[in-house]
Design a protein around this ligand. Structure first.
Ligand SMILES: Nc1ncnc2c1ncn2[C@@H]1O[C@H](COP(=O)(O)OP(=O)(O)O)[C@@H](O)[C@H]1O
Ligand SMILES: [Mg+2]
Length: 218
């Protein structure tokens, strides 16, 4: 079986090469795997997730997702819209829109059917205990609710690959457990692939495998 995410000798630097972040990363993740990406703050976890998603471009090497090379821009945009969900560390929801409106944005991006999308939103909202908050503006939601909302949004197009960047980092312990349980449950139930950046060993221990980043490598 071909790995679902495959990275071969990926290099990435910032500031005209002055900040070398990825220094020959190799990585293979199979479909359905739940993988924790650990390492000290600043070691390059977010950069690596961005390079897998195609939000950032690597300087050299290869990154492929679902057999598609994440280099060509149109391939990248298509992958990101249709097959990759991303939960950012600080949710990145639009504050003045309602949660439902935020969750509808990725559906517009792929031209998805409205009725189906609304049904899916309802299901995900029920699964995350957010049904009663869907029509609230994001600025009126608590931190935990925003993160759960970001999770709903990331799953709207039923992505094959979910990337989560310290999705519970901004939450207190109780909410952290709740959001993380939900996340694992939704991903496992649907056989999806998850790469989760975290510096929390307890969360990492609940994944199938832990990768440790250091000195720009895994
Ligand atoms: N756009 C950028 N421009 C310059 N430096 C960056 C940029 N993005 C990340 N970096 C640097 O790359 C390193 C890795 O950052 P990051 O991937 O965010 O680490 P982590 O997520 O593990 O904390 C840090 O030193 C950070 O300052
Ligand atoms: Mg980070």
């Amino acid at each position: 079986m071909n790995p679902f995410v495959k990275i071969h000798d990926a290099w990435k630097s910032f500031d005209q090469g002055r900040v070398e972040v990825l220094r020959g990363v190799n990585l293979e993740v199979n479909e359905g795997e739940i993988v924790a990406l650990c390492g000290a703050s600043g070691c390059g976890k977010s950069t690596l997730l961005n390079c897998i998603s195609g939000l950032e471009e690597i300087d050299r090497g290869h990154v492929s997702v679902s057999g598609h090379d994440v280099v060509n821009e149109s391939v990248r945009v298509n992958l990101l819209r249709k097959h990759i969900g991303y939960v950012f560390q600080f949710h990145h929801l639009m504050q003045d829109l309602t949660l439902a409106e935020n969750c509808y944005v990725p559906v517009i991006a792929v031209g998805g059917a409205r009725q189906e999308a609304l049904e899916r939103m309802q299901e995900l909202a029920e699964a995350t205990g957010m049904s009663h908050r869907l029509h609230q503006r994001v600025r009126e939601l608590s931190g935990g609710e925003r993160q759960r909302g970001a999770l709903i949004r990331s799953l709207m197009n039923d992505p094959k690959l979910l990337l989560c960047d310290e999705p519970t980092g901004a939450l207190d312990e109780k909410n952290r457990e709740k959001v993380f349980d939900l996340l694992l449950d939704l991903v496992r139930k649907n056989g999806r692939t998850l790469i989760l950046a975290t510096h929390d060993p307890e969360l990492a221990a609940r994944c199938d495998r832990t990768l440790r980043m250091r000195d720009g490598r895994i």
